[in-house]
Design a protein around this ligand. Sequence first.
Ligand code: GCB
Length: 592
Amino acid sequence: MRKLLLPFLLLFCALPSSAFNLFEGRETISLSGQWNYIVDPMNTGIYKYQMQLQKPKKRYFADRHFYEDKTTLIEYDFDHAPTLAVPGDWNTQSDKLYYYEGSVWYRRKVDFKPQEVRRWFLYFGAVNYQCMVGINNNILGTHKGGFTPFWFEVTDVLQEGENSLVVWVNNTRGVSEVPTLNFDWWNYGGITRDVLLVSVPKVFISDYRISFDGKNIDIKVCLDGGNGSVTVEIPELGIRKKACTGRDGEVSFKVKADPERWSPENPKLYEINVSTADDVIRDKVGFRTIKVNGEQILLNDKPVFLRGVAVHDESIGTNPGRCKNEDEARALLVAAKDLGCNFLRLAHYPHSEQMVRLAEEMGFMLWEEIPCYWNIDWSSEETYANAENQLMEMIGRDANRAATIIWSVANETPRTQERLEFLGKLLAKARSMDPTRLISAAMQKDKPDFYHPVIEDELIELTNIISFNQYIGWYDGKPADCDKITWTIPRGKPVLISEFGGGALYGNHGSDTELFTEEYLELLYRKNLEMISRIPALNGLCPWCLKDFRSPKRPLNGIQDDFNRKGLIDEQGRRKQAFYVVQEYYHSLAGR
Ligand code: GCB
């Protein structure tokens, strides 16, 4: 394990890069529950650890001894430390941690019984923003990026009986990070998604990919630890195919098929089993095609209109936080269904796998994105590597989801040459990893003249859809201005309004000229919908957004109170008048 003792400041992930689907349909042991924690704003644990690195004889990790100093050892001993729920953000679990940005140490004891023929992996659904993971004083590795899964092999590290799992988590924002210093949502810290111990045989299925081109199902299977024969079965389609992997452990093949197509109206999923002599992955997959033809998006070769809404990964309730289970994800999806949506923009970072899978079952098409948000450090190579890694982890996790139709690489990024190179590379990466979906980025308008906004962006050339955000009636002018606006948008590609909207406090009534009243927001939506409907090549829209969400950028006392109030429902799920305006509009479009 000595070679794993990387200096943590070189923080970049220690990931097996191909084993993306390791976790799907596996035998797992959940490590959810209460973990002891120590808040460490001065990073004392890290300094101690670094000092130890210089004395290599005494391998050391910040476990129960991490406060070496005898006087504080007992005081800070994990056994006596309070607990936080995992999965969960720390901000909504303790008043003291509400605004906290910094380091927290987590510790959980894990009982373990080794089984000779198995290998074990420790899987994290997401940790925001960076972390270092250790077991029994051995550092397993580090990870950066707050919204995507990662894992470490622990076969040789776990010992029979009690094990001590320690995770250093830090959510400090940084100018060269992704996202950067400035963003409009809550910087929830912690082990925010599930932690699992996953057991697999010595040679195991480390990945499988499935896609459908309208005539053939394409399948690729990868083994780790050796090669051998692989069987893929889709019983309902009568498909059973056996093949041997090459020396690289991989095999690909095509099977002719005419499955029932997945769509929002009929979110049909088929059971699939991918197996070897001693390993099996059971999953559910949908089959559909998604293409652009001229100015139209085609789902299963038919034009589709995206009745969308943008959503943050934050629960509905009196103390909302990062969604931590399927029920919280479901509540958001039910609200979007009631609104009449068939499409969601999962903003502004990858949401949980639970959310994506549930959305697929419930019949939503999805836009998934990574947090290249506003003005990140375009000229930094590390920033690029970090963004690309987040993109790869997102695509790796959800490449088999029929629901996902668009990968987006950025949101509202100011046009410069450096940004074009950065995002151009990211788009090319997305395209090379997944040629079967559409790629995009949420762009912005230019305003040579207020009444004649222009969409002009070099990214249009590189993407399949012209998606842009606009706030006429809120940041730009009054709702009535919508009547006089004429848009100049390049022709030849489908147009999607990826954001529009304004703020209102639920229950705040008054005149439709008064900001933050429900009446103002209702008028804003009526006027915007009229204006947007006049845009040629319009293929869909995404109001910003479904639910009021926490943001420290929104302090307005008595109105915002740390919430961005642009939800169509408030944080408790109560519908604002504007909700019904969008609902009526979507009902009038249903079937399109
Ligand atoms: C935007 C951003 C979104 C913000 C929203 C707002 O353009 O893309 O993240 O929350 O505006 O409310 O200002």
